[in-house]
Design a protein around this ligand. Structure first.
Ligand code: ACO
Length: 335
């Protein structure tokens, strides 16, 4: 049995910055409402007509991660691509990224676990490395939310929260069992599937054949979120799954050098920080600048924490996420 360890990380954010005031020109909202409820000041949206898509953004993040890891793309044994907004209905974005990276053949698998996607993908990579089956695995989270949001007042409860971007991590085999990923804890609870969901387009609900520009698609073609239900479940599940990881590894909250929560909402992160008595130096948040980038949020935040020298070799790092499904999970690692 081996451990797996992150040896390189990268991120990519589209250049187009969309501020809260920009949104207020499209829908009935305000900077004050958004900042007070979510902590978000601005987010990035793909520039229409640019080459940015989940797979191309993932490529840019992956190239940075590979360079930092000192690996060439052809040394990867596997690609795991976490996204809720894949380029195509099928095939998945993993195979598109594989082609963009110029890898002739390797397993390239999409992970459809929404906000918990990166934690699920990391854990999956860890199992393949632990077992000895693979040595180097690329784990990516990338989202193009802006392409599918309802940017009218009808969609404001959701649209102000989400942003686009990609983050990537390279995992490799580690023989020292005190380093790398120590444990992952994963959960799903499908009874809440529709509380945070996008029902159409799907096999149950294709796009209507004729779309009248003056009569927008019905609501089921846009993401739906029962914000208060999500909030209540998120704070409970985040706490449970972090506690489970701490207990499993015999760590206390004060042992944590860096906690990187999924960037769902600053109020959720602050609630968890307070609950575990963590100082500002122990928690990394960047939702203020990027909004909620779902499966990309943890790898983008972790990349930035590392770039800023806030995650160093030997540090105890905790990642945790909660999201649509509902799904939730945590990963504990020694950097
Ligand atoms: N601007 C202005 N007003 C708005 C907006 C907006 N963008 N969105 C909703 N409102 C209005 C509503 O229409 C409602 O008006 P009404 O009272 O006249 O009916 C009022 O504001 C209050 O709406 P609520 O939905 O009750 O607002 P709430 O205080 O619950 O805040 C929010 C909404 C921010 C979504 C909150 O529920 C929340 O933080 N939920 C957690 C969900 C979350 O963070 N999800 C992130 C994505 S999921 C994930 O990553 C886990």
């Amino acid at each position: 049995m081996f451990n797996s360890r992150i040896i390189g990380m990268g991120k990519y954010l589209p250049e187009n910055v969309v501020t809260n005031d920009d949104l207020a020109k499209m829908m009935d909202t305000s900077n004050e409402w958004i900042v007070e409820r979510t902590g978000i000041h601005e987010r990035r949206h793909i520039v229409k007509g640019s080459d940015d898509s989940p797979s191309t953004m993932a490529l840019k993040a992956s190239k940075v991660a590979l360079e930092r890891a000192g690996l060439e793309a052809d040394q990867l044994d596997m690609i795991l691509f976490a996204t809720l907004s894949p380029d195509y209905y099928f095939p998945g974005s993993g195979v598109l990224l594989q082609e963009l990276l110029g890898i002739p053949a390797c397993p390239a698998m999409d992970i459809r676990m929404q906000c918990s996607g990166f934690i699920y993908a990391l854990s999956t990579a860890d199992q393949f490395i632990k077992s000895g089956m693979y040595k180097n695995i690329l784990v990516v989270g990338a989202e193009n939310h802006s392409g599918g949001l309802d940017m009218t007042t009808r969609g404001r409860g959701v649209s102000v929260i989400f942003g686009d971007g990609a983050g990537a991590a390279i995992l490799t085999r580690e023989e020292d069992h005190s380093k790398g990923i120590l444990s992952s804890h994963l959960y799903s609870e499908g009874k809440h599937a529709e509380e945070l969901s996008l029902i159409g387009p799907s096999t149950m609900r294709w796009v209507p054949e004729i779309i009248d520009a003056n009569d927008p698609l019905d609501e089921s073609y846009y993401p739906y979120m029962n914000g208060q239900v999500v909030f209540k479940h998120a704070v409970v599940r985040f706490s449970e799954v972090i506690n489970e990881g701490l207990t499993k590894n015999n760590w206390k909250a004060e042992d944590i050098d860096m906690f990187v929560p999924h960037q769902a909402n600053l109020r959720i992160s602050q609630f968890i920080q307070k609950k575990f008595g963590l100082s500002n130096d122990q928690v990394y948040n960047n939702i203020m600048r990027y909004g909620n980038t779902t499966a990309a949020s943890i790898p983008i935040a972790l990349t930035e924490a590392w770039e800023e020298g806030k995650v160093k070799e030997g540090d105890k790092v905790v990642l945790a996420a909660f999201g649509s499904g509902f799904t939730w999970g945590s990963t504990l690692m020694v950097w």
